[in-house]
Design a protein around this ligand. Sequence first.
Ligand code: NAD
Length: 355
Amino acid sequence: MQHNGARGPYKGGVRYHPEADLEEVRALASLMTWKTALAGLPYGGAKGGVQVNPGQLSVGELNRLTRRYTQSIEHLIGPNRDIPAPDLGTNAQTMAWMMDAYGSIHGYTPAIVTGKPVELGGSIGRDSATGRGAVFVIDEICKKQKINPKNTNLIIQGFGQVGSWMAQIAFEKGYKVIGVSNVNGGIFSNKGIDIPNLMEFYHSNKTFEGYQNVEHISNNDLLISKCDFLIPAAIERVITEKNADQIKAKIIIEAANHPVTPEADKILESKQIDIYPDTLVNSGGVIVSYFEWIQNLYQHQWEIERVNSELQKIITKAFADVYDNAKNKNISFRLSALSLGLDRVIHTADLRGYI
Ligand code: NAD
């Protein structure tokens, strides 16, 4: 699904999920349009979906499915047309197969997909980019509110690609991570969790069960625990009208896509809890995907320091735009981010002379 290409080639992930459908893919494609515009990237928005449970397929079946899918859409995608990336149920290996299938028709084209393995032209730093970007957003909020990271605590729901990197990076910067969780439940400690130690445990055990000197709690109890920053970084719709009233966090950072429902949004607004929206917070992933695309077009690889510092520049600018616009117009950060993205797309469409 290609939503809007006024600002540049379409960009978005491909998901393999049993419940992927056109409505969901259309909504996610539009989210990419506003997200890329907000970050100032020269892209439009798109999304792809295949209704399948990837967990039930063998590696060979996944490889053949990906090749057939790529052959079916090869006339719609291209490094200057539409550049897919991984999403739910797909990963760097899927992108390697897509690149290979596209290349077998068009010749070697690493810039056709992003999120590839580094050996095939993927960007160094892409794995941590979304989590790192989200922590840069928290840094900027602390600067605005003149709060010291050392006196600031975080709760993170989700300990996957985004959540576990956020926990590590935030810990390194001196924030106190007091709670984390995965699909099976969470752990909590008011004293703060030793994240490097937890990472070691989690790496070998793949679970929080048996981790000592912390309280073991449910996901919902974690979400309603008192904290400065609450960071849903797992799935969509976890803060709803059922639990919004019990949220005790001062600020919500939407690292996942759509974690707060519109009904919950209203309740949180009435409680004066600030929400920094997904289009801003998790844009680090697509920003570093953009770096990967540039590197592929030039057949050149950047050092990690360059990736991280360019990421910081772009996301800090997007944060300042959202913050200033919200304060100037007295609107929520969500509305500010959406209206900025929308204005930029409309302006480009006007310049192009779309009728
Ligand atoms: P992931 O699959 O690596 O990790 C997801 C984590 O959430 C896991 O720890 C899992 O156990 C946990 N989880 C799953 N269901 C849960 C539930 N019902 N309750 C609590 N925890 C649950 O996924 P990810 O790549 O870290 O993505 C997380 C979110 O961030 C998604 O919404 C995704 O769309 C969004 N996002 C990710 C990226 C990226 O670069 N990975 C970029 C933009 C947005």
